[in-house]
Design a protein around this ligand. Structure first.
Ligand code: K7E
Ligand code: CUA
Length: 656
C-alpha cells in the first residue's frame, strides 16, 4: 500500500513537471506567411454572418456565452445561474425565482456542459441545456429568445458534473452526480463513506412539445464518483454511459487514494428498461426537497415550486439494466461515436485510449460472461468489451469528439495537444499543439449522429502569452482548427469568458430562422403590464407603492411622481411599448441596491427601490435608445415617513 502510494505520487509529479515545461515553451505555426493564408478562412466580412453558432459554457461565471464560427466573435452572454446586471436577470422581480433552490436564493453557479436538443439523433436547435455543478441544477434555454426559461434542482446529487447530456430524441436530459453522498442526507462520520454513500444518476424527462422538465427517476448507484457521460445513439439508443473514478470509495487524499485501482469503470445504464419498470410503477418515491423554476413567456414572470418527493430506483431491482465496463484508471471523458457503436473512455493516468464496443458489450451480457460484481451490479471482462486501443496517443487524455468521416479527436491536457485518430483501425493520423493545456474540444453537431466536420475548437485552461497581458488573470483561450483536410490546421485564437469547459455548436441557419425579434404587446399577460399611456398609474397599498410605467422613444410615462415616503417599497413595473426589433429601454434609480433592468419590446419587468432619504431623486434609461436617449429621465419626490404629500404623477405637465 505504502509503495503504491509512493509510486502514484511519483507518477503524478512527473506529469505535473511535464505540464509546467510544456506551458512555458512557446511554439506557434501561425506566424508569418501562414498567417495570411489562414486569415481568409476565418474572415467574415462586415455585415456578413457566421456559419455556425458556438455556445460555450461560462464555468464559474455560471452563464453561457454565444460565439460565431469561424470568426470567433462573441455575440451574447446568456445569464443562467448567476445574477446579471446587464439585463437585470436575477435582480428583477420576474427573474429572481429562477435562482431559488432548497438552500434559498443562490446568485451564482458553475456551469460546465451545454448540450442542444435533438430530434432523431440530429441537433434541432430548439433548446440548449446546461448543468450547474455546485448547487446541482439543470437549466434549459429557449433558443428562440436566448433566455433561460427553466431550472430544475437535482436532489440527492452533489457536484452535478456528468451532466447535462440529452438522448437522441431529447427524451431525457441526464444529470449524474460527481460526489457520492449519504442518501438521504444525514449526520454520519465521513470515514464510513465506503458502502454507505451513494451516487444518484438522474433522468430528467423533457416534454416533446413544451420542453417542460421533470425528474422521472434517479438510479441510486454505488458510492463512486461519476465524472462524465454520454448517451447511446443508433443501435445503442436506450443506453447511457457514465465514466467513474474513485471506485476505491476513498474519502481522503483522493489524488492518491482514488488512483489505486488499475481499472475504474464505465457504467452502462439501460434507461429504456428502467423507464419501462418505472412506467409499471417500479421504484419508490422518497422524500426530497428541490426547486423547479419556470419562466412563463406570456406573463414574463418566473415561478418557483418546491417539490417534495423523487422517484428512486435501486439497480438490483431491475436485473439487466446496469453493467460496469472496466476502463483504465481514472477516466475523465466518456464519449460515444456518431454510430453509437464505440464508447471511448479516457483514462487520465493511462498512456493508451480505450475504446469499448457496444456490440461486444451486448454479446458479453447475453452470454452472461461476468468478472464479478460491485454491490450486485455485474462487471464485464475488460477484454470482452474492448473494441480497440489507441496506443501511446499522448499524455493525460480528457475528451473526444468525432467528425463525419470516421475520425475521432482527443484532447490531451498534459501534452497539450489534440490527436486525430481513426475509429476501427485505432491509428493516430495527426497531432496539433494547443496553447495551452486543453480541456474539452467541440465539433459542431457533436454529441449527435450527424457531426459537421469542418471546424473543431479546443478550449484551453492556460493562456499565458497568447494575448496582451491583463494583469495576473487572463481570459482562457480557445483555438479554432480547420479539420476538413487530412491534417488539422490552426486558424484562430479567441478569448472566452469565465472558464469554458464544454461547448455545443451547430449550423446557424436553423436557429437564425426561428429567432424571435420582439414580444407581442397584445399577448403580454403580465399582471402589472401597462399596455398604453392610458394604463399608467401609481397605486399605494400600505407602504407598498406600485408604479405602472411605460417606455417609448424617448420618455417614461409617468416621468414625475410625488407622494413616495421614506420606508416605502416602490415597485417600478415597466412595460416597453416598442414593437421594433432591438429597441430595449433600460431603467435605473439612484441608490437602488438591485441592478438596472433592460426591458425588451413588448415586455414588462419590475425593479424594486426602497428610498432611505427624503429628496427629489432621478431615474433614467440605461440603454442608448434614440437621439434623445439622454432626455429619457424622470424624478421621484420622497417625503418623510409621516408627511402628507399626496400621491400624484404626471407626464408633460406640472404636478399641482
Ligand atoms: Cu473536462 Cu467539467 Cu467536462 Cu472541464 S470538465 S475540461
Ligand atoms: Cu430608452 Cu434610452
Amino acid at each position: 500500500m505504502k509503495n503504491n502510494i509512493k509510486s502514484t505520487i511519483a507518477i503524478l509529479s512527473v506529469l505535473v513537471t511535464f505540464t509546467n515545461c510544456n506551458n512555458s515553451g512557446k511554439s506557434d505555426n501561425t506566424s508569418g506567411e501562414l498567417a495570411s493564408n489562414v486569415a481568409e478562412k476565418v474572415y467574415v466580412a462586415p455585415g456578413e454572418h457566421d456559419e455556425f453558432y458556438a455556445f460555450i459554457s461560462g464555468g464559474y461565471s455560471g452563464n453561457l456565452t454565444v460565439y460565431g464560427l469561424p470568426s470567433g466573435r462573441m455575440f451574447k452572454e446568456i445569464p443562467v445561474f448567476s445574477q446579471f446586471p446587464t439585463s437585470g436577470y436575477g435582480y428583477s422581480e420576474e427573474t429572481k425565482p429562477m435562482l431559488n433552490t432548497s438552500h434559498g436564493f443562490i446568485p451564482w453557479g458553475d456551469s460546465h456542459h451545454p448540450d442542444i436538443s435533438q430530434t432523431n439523433g440530429e441537433i434541432d436547435g430548439r433548446f440548449i441545456f446546461i448543468n450547474e455543478n455546485n448547487t446541482p441544477r439543470i437549466a434549459k434555454i429557449d433558443l428562440k429568445t436566448f433566455e433561460t426559461t427553466e431550472i430544475i434542482e437535482v436532489p440527492n446529487s452533489a457536484g452535478n458534473h456528468s451532466s447535462s447530456f440529452v438522448t437522441e430524441n431529447t427524451e431525457y436530459v441526464v444529470a449524474g452526480t460527481r460526489f457520492s453522498v449519504p442518501i438521504p442526507q444525514r449526520d454520519m462520520p465521513i470515514k464510513d463513506y465506503k458502502g454507505n454513500f451513494q451516487g444518484a444518476l438522474s433522468f430528467i424527462s423533457v416534454a416533446p412539445e413544451t420542453g417542460h422538465m421533470d425528474i422521472k427517476f434517479q438510479v441510486l448507484m454505488p458510492g463512486f464518483n461519476y465524472d462524465l457521460a454520454h448517451p447511446g445513439r443508433g443501435a445503442s439508443h436506450g443506453w447511457f454511459f457514465f465514466s467513474t473514478y474513485n471506485t476505491e470509495e476513498a474519502s481522503t487524499l483522493m489524488e492518491v487514494n482514488a488512483s489505486q485501482n488499475d481499472k475504474d469503470f464505465i457504467a452502462a445504464i439501460n434507461w429504456k428498461k428502467i423507464e419501462e419498470y418505472v412506467n409499471n410503477g417500479g421504484g419508490k418515491m422518497m422524500p426530497a426537497n428541490y426547486a423547479h423554476n419556470v419562466y412563463d413567456e406570456d406573463t414574463h414572470s418566473a415561478t418557483s415550486t418546491m417539490i417534495k418527493e423523487v422517484r428512486v430506483v435501486n439497480p438490483s431491482e431491475v436485473p439487466g439494466a446496469v453493467y460496469l465496463l472496466p476502463t483504465p484508471k481514472s477516466p475523465h471523458g466518456c464519449d460515444v461515436d456518431p454510430s453509437g457503436e464505440f464508447i471511448v473512455g479516457n483514462g487520465k493516468l493511462s498512456a493508451n485510449l480505450t475504446v469499448h464496443s457496444f456490440t461486444k458489450m451486448i454479446d458479453a451480457i447475453e452470454n452472461k460472461k461476468f468478472a464479478g460484481d460491485a454491490y450486485g451490479i455485474p462487471i464485464l471482462n475488460f477484454e470482452d468489451v474492448l473494441a480497440g486501443v489507441v496506443e501511446q496517443a499522448g499524455l493525460g487524455p480528457l475528451h473526444t469528439e468525432f467528425d463525419d468521416k470516421g475520425n475521432a479527436y482527443t484532447t490531451f491536457f498534459i501534452s497539450s495537444e489534440v490527436v486525430k485518430w481513426k475509429l476501427g483501425t485505432w491509428e493516430v493520423l495527426d497531432r496539433q499543439s494547443t496553447f495551452y493545456s486543453v480541456g474539452h474540444l467541440t465539433i459542431p453537431g457533436g454529441n449527435s449522429g450527424k457531426p459537421q466536420g469542418k471546424y473543431m475548437f479546443a478550449m484551453n485552461k492556460i493562456t499565458k502569452d497568447r494575448y496582451l497581458p491583463t494583469g495576473p488573470e487572463l481570459e482562457h483561450s480557445a483555438q479554432l482548427y480547420d479539420i476538413s483536410g487530412e491534417k488539422m490546421e490552426l486558424l484562430l485564437d479567441f478569448p472566452t469568458h469565465g472558464e469554458p469547459h464544454y461547448a455545443a455548436a451547430m449550423r446557424a441557419d436553423i436557429i437564425k430562422e426561428r429567432s424571435q425579434k420582439i414580444y407581442d404587446l397584445e399577448e403580454n399577460k403580465h399582471p402589472y403590464a401597462a399596455k398604453s399611456d392610458d394604463d399608467t398609474r401609481v397605486e399605494r397599498k400600505g407602504n407598498e407603492v406600485h408604479i405602472y410605467m411605460t417606455t417609448i422613444r424617448s420618455h417614461f410615462s409617468p416621468d414625475n411622481i410625488e407622494g413616495i415616503k421614506v420606508g416605502d417599497k416602490v415597485y417600478f413595473h415597466i412595460t416597453n411599448l416598442e414593437q421594433d426589433f432591438d429597441v430595449p429601454h433600460g431603467f435605473a434609480m439612484i441608490g437602488q441596491n438591485t441592478s438596472e433592468i433592460l426591458i425588451m419590446p413588448g415586455q414588462t419587468k419590475t425593479s424594486i427601490w426602497e428610498p432611505k432619504q427624503v429628496g427629489v431623486w432621478p431615474f433614467y434609461c440605461t440603454d442608448f435608445c434614440s437621439a434623445l436617449h439622454q432626455e429619457m429621465q424622470g424624478y421621484i419626490r420622497v417625503s418623510a415617513a409621516d408627511a402628507n404629500t399626496p400621491l400624484k404623477w404626471s407626464l408633460g405637465e406640472d404636478i399641482e
